[in-house]
Ligand binder design. Structure first.
Ligand code: NAI
Ligand code: MG
Length: 331
């Protein structure tokens, strides 16, 4: 039986990187039956909502989705579909591997850590209101349940991938109650594991990650810090075009690159599809298509070593489509 997977192309560069990835996966030998549905700005006119029920239903049925980025207008406009999807499907863990590859010009060599971001609460619950005309309040929620769950996830991932250390990052010195609770949960859960544990305040963590990223293995963070640290960390390994991601829940997983819809380069065949292809590799491993995953990964590694086979953001001459073709030729 083929794996049935929901494919959501998304907005901006989404369709370009998603179809490049689909072409590669289709040629990798993986047995996949795609169910293609769309969400985002691109369906607003037709459905009057950026997140049609049929998309949610398809993901709930298939349990696995590969999703392109979706535009969220800043300020007015609809709420983030991405945040909505994660909350609706209870995709509580956002996994963002940060790895440097030979052949890609990066700020640091030998970087290989994973950011595990809490995905359902914190400041991203989106409860905000005005206080009179000249002030606003945003509510931040931190619960023991979600904190325990995400820290456990980080330790289990460390165990599975044979990683040596878990670092919890927070701002408990200032947000003594909310981040204080997250930190207490992290310290308590750490006692159950025979894995090194430390905690670092998030501003210092940013500096340390930029200076010595090789010191980190698994970094677990509340929602906002995990979001910011993961975009920043992608800058250590070649930029947003290099960073894959996954949203994992109890029995549903939605795989999506870290980057957004990049309207500045959309529709120009300029998008780097590597983050999306690496996201596809994570998905293949998740569904047990390990052979196909290795095939795609090693083709990527071969292409990275050929300087004239990179996309423009990485200093090469290729467009999105030509890069995907190069990966297929090296498979
Ligand atoms: P962005 O990630 O779309 O772009 C930031 C910068 O990185 C831009 O200069 C862009 O050209 C570049 N970039 C991003 N991905 C690239 C790739 N694959 N190849 C080459 N260059 C790449 O972030 P931005 O501009 O803050 O957000 C644009 C839209 O995307 C917003 O509406 C935002 O809400 C949405 N977004 C959606 C996400 C999702 O669907 N998961 C995640 C992040 C942002
Ligand atoms: Mg982000």
């Amino acid at each position: 039986m083929p794996n049935k997977i929901t494919l959501i192309p998304g907005d901006g560069i989404g369709p370009e990187v998603i179809y490049a990835t689909k072409d590669i996966i289709d040629k990798s030998g993986a047995d996949i039956d795609w169910e293609i549905l769309n969400a985002g700005m691109c369906v607003m006119d037709e459905y009057k909502t950026p997140l049609p029920d049929e998309v949610i239903d398809s993901i709930k049925k298939n349990k696995v989705a590969l999703k392109g980025p979706i535009t969220t207008p800043v300020g007015s406009g609809f709420r983030s579909v991405n945040v909505g999807l994660r909350q609706k499907l209870n995709l509580y863990a956002n996994i963002r591997p940060i790895k440097s590859y030979e052949g890609i010009d990066t700020l640091h060599k030998n970087v290989d850590f994973v950011i595990v971001r809490e995905n359902t609460e914190g400041l991203y619950i989106g409860i905000e209101h005005k206080v009179g005309d000249e002030a606003c309040e945003s509510i931040k929620i931190i619960t023991k349940k979600a904190s325990d769950r995400i820290v456990k996830f980080a330790f289990e991932l460390a165990k599975k991938e044979n990683r040596k250390k878990v670092t919890a990052t927070h701002k408990a010195n200032i947000m003594k109650l909310s981040d204080g609770l997250f930190l207490k949960c992290a310290k308590d859960i750490a006692k159950d594991y025979d894995i090194e544990f430390e905690d670092v305040i998030v501003d210092a963590m940013s500096m340390k990650l930029v200076m010595n990223p090789q010191n980190y293995d698994v970094v677990v963070a509340p929602n906002l810090y995990g979001d910011i640290l993961s975009d920043m960390s992608s800058g250590l390994i070649g930029g947003l075009g290099m960073a894959p991601g996954a949203n994992i829940g109890e029995d549903i997983a939605v795989f999506e690159p870290v980057h957004g819809s990049a309207p500045d380069i959309a529709g120009k065949n300029l998008a780097n599809p590597i983050s999306c292809i690496l996201t596809g590799v994570m998905m293949l491993k998740y569904i047990g298509e390990n052979e196909a995953a290795l095939k795609v990964e090693s083709a990527l590694e071969k292409v990275f070593k050929q300087k004239d086979k990179l996309t423009k953001d990485l200093g090469g001459p290729l467009g999105t489509k030509e890069f995907a073709q190069a990966v297929i030729e090296n498979m």
